[in-house]
Design a protein around this ligand. Structure first.
Ligand code: FES
Length: 191
């Protein structure tokens, strides 16, 4: 029995109704979103079930998951911190900013902090190039942009999120000095 269909019959019906029957494959992305919302990643079983619903192969569904940084095929930290280091952001200090965060979290890009709370990732353009350094946070299916960041500002946000979600302080290397975060003179942000 397709568990996704069993759990979300109405939602899936609504999603499929948006597309012509012969283009059911267009529903792969919203179905991935639905599946991921439950446990924070898309399991292999969920991919098979989505393939079944949309009439594509599991490999095709897996390739969509692999292509988009918003979809994940394995459980990671409660918070995903996705830092853009593409060219325009790099010119505004994004790589130094990312390196500083990785040092403080004691995790490389693609890894999860030792407390299992934060997964830090390096991603391509997030379409806010003039407001770097920036990161996108993903908590479940909730996405938020955090622009004009410094490592201190980001770590403060992570500490407050850690307290709110976990009730425990975030483990980080308090002794590490903050590196220059950006080559830009812009201040502030619009979190
Ligand atoms: S290059 Fe980083 S947001 Fe565009």
């Amino acid at each position: 029995m397709n568990q996704l269909l069993k759990k979300y019959p109405e939602e899936i019906k609504r999603i499929l109704a948006k597309y012509p029957t012969e283009q059911k494959q267009a529903a792969v992305m919203p179905l991935l979103h639905l599946a991921q919302g439950e446990i924070g990643f898309v399991s292999r079983t969920a991919m098979q079930e989505i393939a079944e619903i949309t009439g594509v192969t599991t490999t095709e569904v897996a390739s969509v998951v692999g292509f988009y940084t918003l979809f994940h095929d394995a459980p990671e930290g409660k918070i995903r911190l996705q830092v853009c280091t593409d060219v325009a952001c790099d010119l505004r200090g994004a790589k130094e900013y990312l390196a500083n965060l990785c040092q403080q979290l004691d995790a490389k890009p693609g890894e999860t902090s030792m407390d299992g709370f934060i997964t830090i990732e390096e991603v391509k353009c997030l379409a806010a190039c003039d407001r770097a350094p920036l990161f996108q946070s993903q908590i479940g299916n909730e996405l938020e942009y955090h622009e004009n960041q410094t490592p201190t500002r980001t770590m403060d946000w992570l500490r407050s999120m850690s307290a709110a979600l976990n009730g425990t302080p975030l483990r980080s290397s308090a002794s590490i000095e903050e590196a220059p975060a950006t080559k830009s003179t812009d201040g502030g942000g619009n979190e």
